[in-house]
Design a protein around this ligand. Structure first.
Ligand code: SF4
Length: 448
């Protein structure tokens, strides 16, 4: 979500006469688009803001903008702590970045825009990067795009700041989504990832106004757009994973065999304390059904280690779930208290040393399983979408979202498709070689 928000900020400013400059010291405007999901992310923001103070002393005209969840949470307090900041911009205010910067330039005073409105609607038109023809010999430009379909969350998991920093759940009008994707497909974009905190519950324009379109219906409508080759979505909540959505994996050809389904713990007692509203048995039943429909589907998850009250027995259940689900990959983290969330007040906090030990055990076993899973691809043929290429070879992704490196000169360019035979598996990526059929199946892009 933050990556997509950064694209929007960047594109609004490009359209407003700015250009991107990778050098912080000489930039006229520096935007930090921030995350507060874990304490470490927030600490990084504060330390970078400290470094920016020195830049601004050398270059007093520089403007500094803090966007995203830290800005939303801190508001005016951020200006008191960091008076060299010029704009504090909340998650619903990113669409007015040009107006806010103009206001600072006109008045010379900092602005704070962190209003959260019950009437907020995602704008009909969200800017996407312009697809200009590539001039470089080896363009690295991606042929995939994120498309926001909803914002906010109503689930109030006990540990999570999102409902407070991104507001209540609001879905974007399906006609606007379809139009945005149709334009992208016409420009040659091959892969779309639909974004929302919980895309499975897509369908409410506001808290009491439903849209005439469910998430599975939206997927079917998008799949009918000419030119698209791949469709993905993230993130899903297990409690809202319906049979109708599962059956989309059998019915929609361009829906990639990849599912990120955060489970967070293998203990029912901990899931209940987390307010997740499903059990481990229900989670596994949903996964089994997915695999019945798409046996080649790669499953990844999120896991929180050391949630308050997590006993050795609870952690053993998490390890047990890992053995049963054999996730292709996990994003696993130590629990940390976030300000304002319910679990910050929970008893039974786990000592840091215990969390570290448990996380290391979990990640070691997950790495072994990922490698075992990846080895199963060796000697199989996989279709790749090329993402980058140079004189030494190319890199692409499979439908299951595995990165594959292929050595040797190729005429293939980013956005084209090829069939490769997998010849080696690592923990986090695969190696392949171009299969004779692969050259035949290359699909040219419209604007390369
Ligand atoms: S569903 Fe996801 S975004 Fe929503 S509160 Fe739970 S963890 Fe946070």
């Amino acid at each position: 979500m933050n990556e997509r928000d950064s694209e929007i900020l960047s594109q609004v400013l490009l359209d407003h006469g700015y250009h991107e400059n990778g050098d912080m010291d000489s930039a006229d405007l520096v935007i930090l688009n921030t995350c507060t999901i874990r304490a470490k992310a927030e600490q990084k923001v504060m330390s970078l803001l400290g470094a920016l103070r020195k830049c601004k002393e050398r270059k007093p005209d520089m403007k500094i903008c803090v966007a995203g969840c830290v800005a939303q949470q801190e508001g005016e307090r951020l200006l008191q702590r960091m008076p060299h900041v010029d704009v504090v911009m909340g998650t619903q205010n990113i669409y007015e970045i040009d107006y806010l910067i103009d206001k600072v330039n006109a008045t010379g005073k900092p602005v704070v825009a962190t209003d959260m409105s019950r009437d907020f609607r995602i704008p009909a038109f969200l800017p996407q990067a312009h697809p200009t023809p590539a001039k470089e010999k080896y363009p690295t430009r991606s042929f995939k795009r994120f498309v926001t379909i909803m914002q906010g969350c109503d689930n109030y998991c006990a540990y999570c700041v999102v409902p407070y920093t991104r507001g209540r759940e609001i879905s974007r009008n399906p006609e606007d989504i379809i139009e945005e994707i149709r334009v992208l497909a016409d420009q040659g974009i091959k892969e779309i990832t639909l974004l929302g905190q919980n895309v499975n519950s897509y369908g409410m324009q506001s808290q009491d106004t439903p849209l005439p379109c469910s998430f599975p219906q939206l997927l079917h409508r998008i799949a009918a757009i000419q030119g698209l080759r791949r469709l993905r979505f993230t993130t899903s909540h297990p409690k809202d994973l319906s049979d109708e959505l599962i059956s989309c994996f059998g019915d929609i050809k361009i829906l990639c065999p990849q599912f990120h389904l955060p489970v967070q713990s293998g203990s029912d007692a901990i899931l209940q304390r987390m307010n997740r509203k499903y059990t481990v048995a229900r989670y596994l039943e949903r996964v089994e059904k997915l695999w019945q429909i798409r046996p080649d589907l790669a499953l990844t998850t999120d896991m929180i280690i050391g949630f308050p009250g997590e006993t050795d027995a609870d952690f053993a259940l998490t390890m047990d779930l890992l053995e049963r689900a054999r996730f292709h990959g996990s994003f696993s983290f130590k629990y940390s208290d976030r300000p304002g969330v319910r679990s910050a007040g929970f008893s039974g906090k786990i000592p840091e040393k215990v969390k570290t030990e448990r996380l290391a055990l979990y990640q070691k076993r997950q790495d072994e399983i990922s490698l075992e899973r990846n080895r199963a691809y060796v000697d199989t043929l996989q279709e790749l979408m090329v993402e980058s290429a140079d004189d030494n070879g190319f890199q692409g992704r499979t439908g299951t979202n595995h990165i594959v490196h292929v050595e040797g000169r190729t005429e293939l360019r980013p956005g084209e498709f090829a069939v490769v035979k997998i010849i080696h598996a690592g923990q986090h990526s695969l190696k392949g070689k171009l299969h004779p059929q692969g050259e035949l199946r290359v699909i040219k892009n419209l604007f390369l």
